[in-house]
Design a binder for this molecule. Sequence first.
Ligand SMILES: *[C@@H]1O[C@H](CO)[C@@H](O)[C@H](O)[C@H]1NC(C)=O
Ligand SMILES: *[C@@H]1O[C@H](CO)[C@@H](O)[C@H](O)[C@H]1NC(C)=O
Ligand SMILES: *[C@@H]1O[C@H](CO)[C@@H](O)[C@H](O)[C@H]1NC(C)=O
Ligand SMILES: *[C@@H]1O[C@H](CO)[C@@H](O)[C@H](O)[C@H]1NC(C)=O
Ligand SMILES: *[C@@H]1O[C@H](CO)[C@@H](O)[C@H](O)[C@H]1NC(C)=O
Ligand SMILES: *[C@@H]1O[C@H](CO)[C@@H](O)[C@H](O)[C@H]1NC(C)=O
Ligand SMILES: *[C@@H]1O[C@H](CO)[C@@H](O)[C@H](O)[C@H]1NC(C)=O
Ligand SMILES: *[C@@H]1O[C@H](CO)[C@@H](O)[C@H](O)[C@H]1NC(C)=O
Ligand SMILES: *[C@@H]1O[C@H](CO)[C@@H](O)[C@H](O)[C@H]1NC(C)=O
Ligand SMILES: *[C@@H]1O[C@H](CO)[C@@H](O)[C@H](O)[C@H]1NC(C)=O
Ligand SMILES: *[C@@H]1O[C@H](CO)[C@@H](O)[C@H](O)[C@H]1NC(C)=O
Length: 737
Amino acid sequence: MGNLWSCICLLFPLIILLAPVSIGQLSPSETRTLFQVQKLLEHPQVLQGWTNWTNFCYLPPSPSLKIVCSNNHVTELTVVGNKSSPSQSPKPIDSVNFSVSQQTLSKNFSIDAFFTVLTRLSNLKVLSLVSLGLWGPLPAKINRFWSLQVLNVSSNFIYGEIPQQVMSLKNLASLVLADNLLNGSVPDLESLVALRELNLSGNHLGPSFPSLGNNLVTVILSNNSLRSVIPSGFKNFNLLQQLDISSNKLIGPIPSTLFSLPSIQSLDLAQNQLSGALPTNISCTAKLKYVDISRNLLIGKLPSCIASNSVNRTVISSWNCLSGANSSYQHPFAFCHKEALAVKPPAEGEKEKSTIKLGLILGIIGGVAGIAGVLGLLIVIIIRRSQTRRAYGGKFDGSFADKMSVRSSSVPNIDSRRVPQTMRSAAIGLPPYRVFTLEEIEDATNNFDPTNFVGEESLGQLYKGWLRDGLVVLIKCVKLKQKNLPQSLVQHMEALSKLRHLHLVSVLGHCIVTYQDHPSTASTVFVVLEHISNGSLHDYLTDWRRKDVLKWPQRMAITIGVARGIHFLHTGVAPGIFGNNLKIENVLLDESLTAKLSNYNISLPSKVGSQSPLNGLDIHNLSSANAEKEDIYQLGVILVQVITGKLITSPSELEELRSQLEKGLAEAPSKLRAMIDPSTRGSFAYESLRTTVKITINCLSTDSSSRPSIEDVLWNLQYSNQVQEGWTSSGNLGTQL
Ligand SMILES: *[C@@H]1O[C@H](CO)[C@@H](O)[C@H](O)[C@H]1NC(C)=O
Ligand SMILES: *[C@@H]1O[C@H](CO)[C@@H](O)[C@H](O)[C@H]1NC(C)=O
Ligand SMILES: *[C@@H]1O[C@H](CO)[C@@H](O)[C@H](O)[C@H]1NC(C)=O
Ligand SMILES: *[C@@H]1O[C@H](CO)[C@@H](O)[C@H](O)[C@H]1NC(C)=O
Ligand SMILES: *[C@@H]1O[C@H](CO)[C@@H](O)[C@H](O)[C@H]1NC(C)=O
Ligand SMILES: *[C@@H]1O[C@H](CO)[C@@H](O)[C@H](O)[C@H]1NC(C)=O
Ligand SMILES: *[C@@H]1O[C@H](CO)[C@@H](O)[C@H](O)[C@H]1NC(C)=O
Ligand SMILES: *[C@@H]1O[C@H](CO)[C@@H](O)[C@H](O)[C@H]1NC(C)=O
Ligand SMILES: *[C@@H]1O[C@H](CO)[C@@H](O)[C@H](O)[C@H]1NC(C)=O
Ligand SMILES: *[C@@H]1O[C@H](CO)[C@@H](O)[C@H](O)[C@H]1NC(C)=O
Ligand SMILES: *[C@@H]1O[C@H](CO)[C@@H](O)[C@H](O)[C@H]1NC(C)=O
């Protein structure tokens, strides 16, 4: 009994404080204040009928109006209006598109002026202003209510952040801001040692979990935007009876200590993204009457104390992936697997890698260097062109050469830095680069629905998604282990935005999500990529029906596209991007058979501190010459496969084909023709073939320094294409074998 009494005292100190109501007249200044309140609240029904003779301290209390006085001062003001709350609004409202409406006070209302007036009631211990249509940010001057014990402004249209100043309300026992439009992080409430009841339900608060004092009895944070793990600190909340954190986006495991908190009676964790299995040996406090863990991503078997409903305990566990009872109300196991995204730390094996090979080296794009680069490149191209022309021994007349140079200058093979970013994007029909919100990523993938799962790479999962404007995208989810993101990551992402080219799978944007409270995982980077729908060059070369589509002119166009993509990576950004993992699987084709390189080298820093962006740059530059020639070699391998239609799976196969091509080139046109993919028979000019084979063999040179530059390859392929076009247009198609 004694226990019960002390418990009641602890929970409701205000009952005692409010009990003695003193007899007396309200001071004239506070009377005036109440009239002002009436006016500022725009004369709500509940405050009507007040006259100069109204004795406010003796109004009969009602659920909608209560004024309590002590020593001629108002100590409680409770006004409950009849305006609806944001959640009852027919259209969803958020703090950003809020506008004054029927359900709010008029445009004339100033919440700041209103609180200025209210703070003249300086002895207030209880302030409840509910459903009155208050709108605006909660003013910082609430800290002037130095003796406030209850603040209840639920069901209004209060937006913005909760002011830090609530921290100074040392006597506050109840803080109820439920059902408003508050957003942002909750200020640190740990210092409010008297706080017993917290109800912040139905706002947009988050993403981090608020820090709370461990004397709380009731914690209600439901219907917000919390995105963290449930903090382990709850294990010290010995008085906690009710915890409602439902309808957020909480992740990670459920701390098993919640079930055994000494006072806990009700636990509502429903509608989150809580994951993993609960340990089966946990025990529940006898008082625990209600548990709702439904609509999460939980797996495994439930511990016996919440395995089923009993007379004394209601348990709701539907719509997880739990095994055991009531399985008809559970999702299939795969549904809960998407949690791996946000929660599972990266595989151990990836530790030693110093860069994650999504890849991308930070580009410092200096204007001066850029212009110098463009000029240099132009000169190189002109010189090479005349050299090559000489090498072909004047077989072609001048008009042809003229035609060719006009064409060459029209191809976008120079430095696209000269073209403003937005123009480039528009030119290739893509929206400008942008940063996405997690909501947008979740929307696009239908909350990472398993049906949108495309595959898993070393880096992370790939999901197909649909943006609101209908654009189909591919979303790559890269988990980073470090706690704090290096500044360079943001710069890396910025540099990513520069990689727009007709022949690259472009990055449309990204989203970085950091889980502050998570013990192991720190952040996930979602990279939003263009979705190329028509399969890869590999698919085309292996499927005979598709292969037939690729006649010689189509193959030339594709290889030129590949070379232009590489050329852009090498020279279109500074520093160039080399080592691009070029293979026929990574050459994607769209509906018009335009080649797009995917999986090119963009690397994210994976270790914090150990690698400054500059270091990364140095290391990169040392090997870039090699990596450049490696790209040329890999392009050669692609060319061999395109020419012969044969897939290369080993170095010996490559060597075999290379030497046959070399022989064919040296010996006789018929020998070379015999080497070619039969699907292209009759569709090529021999000179076009010969030029292509020649540059291919050069690309495959074992001595990397004698491999041609990408400009050289590109020029030869364009030349070859030119010959082909001349041949085709003179009516040769199909006549030559
Ligand atoms: C109340 O008193 C003020 C002056 O003190 C007067 O101006 C006002 O009209 C009075 N209001 C009513 C409703 O009698
Ligand atoms: C609130 O009360 C007023 C006065 O009785 C009434 O006109 C109004 O329709 C009520 N509003 C709601 C939402 O019930
Ligand atoms: C406010 O914006 C949200 C999306 O952010 C939208 O769903 C809602 O319809 C908007 N509300 C109004 C009243 O325009
Ligand atoms: C707002 O103020 C203007 C003038 O200050 C007044 O004419 C108008 O009636 C007021 N509106 C409301 C709803 O009080
Ligand atoms: C706050 O107001 C709401 C609505 O009137 C009520 O249900 C709740 O009990 C109040 N809470 C406190 C602590 O006054
Ligand atoms: C918390 O606030 C919400 C919204 O006003 C209300 O529905 C709920 O009953 C409140 N809970 C408690 C325990 O006061
Ligand atoms: C909170 O809402 C305000 C508008 O009321 C908006 O400007 C601000 O960006 C929002 N903050 C967050 C963190 O969403
Ligand atoms: C919280 O959201 C759920 C579903 O969106 C809704 O049913 C419930 O009424 C909301 N609760 C509060 C207190 O707003
Ligand atoms: C449950 O089992 C784990 C190991 O299986 C152990 O570490 C933990 O202490 C046990 N908990 C209880 C409450 O028995
Ligand atoms: C339910 O609670 C009552 C007393 O509160 C107790 O006697 C009974 O044993 C409990 N039943 C179960 C199944 O735990
Ligand atoms: C199974 O779950 C459904 C949905 O939550 C519930 O209505 C039903 O009572 C449960 N059945 C059992 C046997 O627990």
